[in-house]
Ligand binder design. Structure first.
Ligand code: SAH
Length: 209
């Protein structure tokens, strides 16, 4: 039942809206999204939208997960940082595409649950940490790519620093309550290329202490 729903999701929500990267489509076609949502919502896991996962947070819409993942043009040997682990779903999608995933989540119980779910499902190349994403993960830096799934007012400086030269970052930027844009950044010698690619709505990136 879930397999058929997942195949439909890939066709009707991703391919039909222009997601083309075969590796990205295969990754979303494989990750059991129903395992990352509350039991009571499992039947809705493959619907075309975000779903609540507790603690006021949500698992992102499949299309947005696919769009952000595709924009990073990931290679199998890459090491990727995710900020905002949430359910762990996006981390699981990344895990199928790259060598190593590092994911930070501010809300401790969410971090612990995602870590346990990822382990249970066999995603051995994902490390989850409870902490403040504004600081990044300096011990594991630099990263080939960074994916942020909560919205800061501005691109956090520490994350730019922890990106490799030539590396890409995708991050929803916008003040609280204001419209947000997904910004795609590319770190070049001496400058940061910056492009707005999609209007979006993410939960705010909360300042830790
Ligand atoms: N990628 C997730 C969706 C996450 S929703 C998934 O696939 O399910 C955004 C998450 O960012 C929330 O869980 C929220 O708690 C977290 N978050 C908010 N501010 C943060 C911060 N400063 N550092 C790390 N995580 C943060």
């Amino acid at each position: 039942m879930f397999e058929a729903a997942r195949a439909r999701m890939v066709r009707d929500q991703l391919v039909s809206r222009g997601i083309r990267d075969a590796r990205v489509l295969a990754a979303l076609g494989k990750v059991p999204r129903q395992e990352f949502v509350p039991k009571a919502l499992q039947a809705e896991a493959y619907q075309d939208g975000p779903l609540p996962i507790g603690h006021g947070q949500t698992i992102s819409q499949p299309y947005v997960v696919a769009f952000m993942t595709e924009a990073l043009v990931l290679r199998p040997r890459d090491r990727v940082l995710e900020v905002g682990t949430g359910s762990g779903y996006q981390a699981a999608v990344l895990a199928g595409l790259v060598a190593e995933v590092f994911s930070i989540e501010l809300v401790e119980p969410l971090a612990h649950r995602a870590e346990a779910d990822l382990r249970r499902l066999g995603y051995g190349n994902v490390k989850v940490r409870a902490g403040d994403g504004y600081r990044g993960w300096p011990e594991a830096a630099p990263f080939d790519a960074i994916l942020v799934t909560c919205a800061p007012d501005e691109v956090p400086e520490a994350l730019v620093e922890q990106l490799k030269l030539g590396g890409r970052m995708i991050v929803p930027v916008g003040s609280q309550g204001a419209p947000q844009e997904l910004i795609l950044l590319r770190k070049q010698p001496g400058r940061l290329e910056r492009q707005a690619v999609l209007p979006v709505r993410f939960v705010p990136m909360v300042k830790g202490d």
